[in-house]
Design a protein around this ligand. Structure first.
Ligand SMILES: [Zn+2]
Ligand SMILES: [Zn+2]
Length: 278
């Protein structure tokens, strides 16, 4: 059985964990190391089960603890060459990754980590580089994409491949417009290398999701320009206008959850069972 936990999602720190009985994969390490260790303990995650760390991009909220986590758990850290250079130069990352644990991956080139076959793909964002991950485990396709400046054909393709999908819904446009952020920051966030709005996220789902999609998690919600209830409502509303029902009911096409900024999620079970509508 495959399981998923989000330990935190958003500008205060991102870290997710995808695991089976044999092997676990961390995605990003932007929370403080002490907080992460506390969560590992609370969730009874054995240090020996954490095998690898994959990184999307080199912004502090995704990499703050990569070096210390890699050191304390003896983890190889996988990302693109540009992201690794970004980490090396990022002053927020005080403990650097030991050279022997730096693992370089290439976009669109699948690699194997224990039971997982992972394909990184480009996600436009204003970091040194940014990748989404398509992670295959047996018959399950889990897709993770965050900090999405704009949609590309590749991103659309991976949405259509997903059984399980973590996708960014950073801000509600009206809240951003009226909110407290200075103009240059607003321009950055809604720009082509910034973040994805609730509406764009919903449209991306409506236009690209297939009947195999079972569960969507909205991630990286802004504290100032979004709210979990609002994101859920906005996305569900747009989906409904496209004839798609997201939620927990029996009529739902897929489940929808919002990942919290500062608290860990429940442990989600990712079942390989085929969707009854198929
Ligand atoms: Zn981020
Ligand atoms: Zn970012």
């Amino acid at each position: 059985m495959l399981h998923y936990i989000s330990f935190g999602s958003g500008s205060s720190g991102n870290c997710s964990y995808l695991f089976t009985e044999n092997s676990g994969l961390l995605i990003d390490a932007g929370l403080g190391i002490r907080t992460l260790k506390k969560y590992f303990k609370n969730y009874k995650i054995q240090a020996s089960n954490i095998k690898n760390l994959i990184v999307t991009h080199d912004h502090a909220d995704h990499v703050k603890s990569v070096g210390s986590l890699s050191k304390d758990y003896n983890l190889p850290v996988y990302s693109t060459h540009k992201v690794h250079i970004g980490i090396e130069n990022n002053w927020c990352v005080r403990t650097k990754i030991m050279p022997e644990r730096v693992k370089i991956i290439e976009k669109n080139t699948p690699f194997q980590l224990d039971d997982f076959t992972i394909t990184p793909f480009d996600v436009p964002h204003d970091s040194s580089d940014n990748v989404g991950y398509c992670i295959q485990y047996q018959d399950i396709t889990f897709v993770f994409m965050t900090d999405i400046g704009h949609l590309t054909d590749e991103i659309r393709f991976y949405i259509s491949k997903a059984d399980y999908l973590v996708i960014e819904a950073d801000y509600e446009s009206e809240m951003l417009e009226r909110g407290p952020y200075p103009e240059h920051l607003k321009t950055r966030i809604r720009g082509p290398y910034g973040h994805m709005s609730n509406l764009d996220c919903a449209l991306a789902l409506a236009e690209n999701a297939t009947p195999k999609l079972k569960h969507v998690w909205l991630c990286h919600l802004s504290n100032e320009n979004n709210h979990p209830d609002l994101a859920e409502k906005s996305v569900k509303q747009v989906l409904r206008s496209h004839g798609i029902v997201a939620g927990d009911g029996p009529e739902a096409d897929f489940k929808l959850n919002v990942l919290r900024r500062k608290s860990p999620s429940e442990i989600f079970d990712l079942s390989p069972l085929p969707n009854p509508q198929e």
